[in-house]
Design a protein around this ligand. Structure first.
Ligand code: A3P
Length: 289
């Protein structure tokens, strides 16, 4: 079947079905006790969502396994024919909702700022994101055909991918954290020392960082455990939308995998452009740990 082209929303390329549902998203009414989890795609969204969900369920793994992750932590802008939209799912959730989004900061519905919701942003280095996104584009068929890796890397660099430019995304949210209640986390830090980062999240949410809880969360949200966890893997989404036989959702879960994908020439091109696009920011990333 034909894959749909991206459609721009205020200049940001978006999955066609999401763009068609934009009115519902833009008018979304946030509540003061909503917690927003924001990421550029492929930056550890599911990982941080599972961590926060464990915190909200006081470390009860069984509760966390009862329902699919995208039901427990609905994806605000999600819309695909035949499946409830993210907004529909959110409207059915009890209060203290967890809301997941990939929107660049300028597209976030106004009500999140008006209600002064707490926000957790998780960022991951551009090269690993590009590789992960390439495989995700192949398996999640709501995206256009990514073409060759070389072609996709050009599109990624130029921001011609769903949710637009990685550079603008991480920079936009980084600036906004200065004036808002936001915890800005890095995938690489989480890989390096998950327990340390989990403690940060607990502190941000005003919860005592009991060692038992930290340990339970770290174990339940390890890559191995999450890969085996049916409810954390989007395995309940129809294969017409996500085909795990093309590429698993939990693919490798490491930092530095880009070295297996980038050629030397691609890496040099990417670095030169990166320097231009990241000029003047104090935001920096580790590409290996
Ligand atoms: P890879 O494709 O590099 O393996 P998102 O949830 O934002 O779509 O991000 C998906 C990426 O996060 C995938 O990266 C996936 O493997 C990785 N990931 C998910 N859970 C993880 C975990 N518990 N530990 C490490 N990486 C994880």
């Amino acid at each position: 079947t034909q894959r749909p082209a991206l459609i721009p929303i205020r200049g940001v390329p978006m999955i066609k079905y999401f763009a068609e549902n934009w009115g519902e998203v833009e008018g979304f009414q946030a509540q003061p006790d909503d917690l927003l989890i924001s990421t550029y795609p492929k930056s550890g969204t599911t990982w941080i969502s599972e961590i926060v969900d464990m915190i909200y369920n006081d470390g009860d793994t069984e509760k966390c396994k009862r329902e699919a992750i995208y039901m427990r932590v609905p994806f605000l802008e999600f819309a695909v024919p035949g499946i409830p939209t993210g907004v529909e799912l959110l409207q059915k959730r009890p209060s203290r909702r967890l809301v997941k989004t990939h929107l660049p900061v300028q597209l976030l519905p106004e009500s999140f700022w008006e209600q002064d919701c707490k926000m957790i942003y998780m960022a991951r280095n551009a090269k690993d994101v590009a590789v992960s996104y390439y495989y995700f584009y192949q398996m999640a068929k709501v995206h256009p055909d990514p073409g060759s890796w070389d072609h996709f890397l050009d599109d990624f660099t130029a921001g011609r991918v769903s949710f637009g430019s990685w550079h603008q995304h991480v920079r936009g949210w980084w600036e906004k954290r200065r004036e808002h209640r936001m915890l800005y986390l890095f995938y690489e830090d989480m890989k390096e020392d998950p327990r340390r980062e989990i403690r940060k999240v607990l502190e941000f949410l005003g919860r005592p960082p009991s060692e038992g809880l930290v340990e339970a969360i770290a174990q339940h949200t390890s890559f191995t455990k999450m890969k085996q966890n049916f409810m954390a893997n989007y395995k309940t989404i129809p294969t017409s939308v996500m085909d795990h036989s093309i590429s698993p959702f939990m693919r490798k879960g490491v930092t530095g995998d880009w070295k297996n994908q980038f050629t030397v020439a691609q890496n040099e091109r990417f670095d030169a452009d990166y320097e231009r696009q990241m000029e003047g920011t104090d935001l920096s990333f580790r590409m290996e740990i």
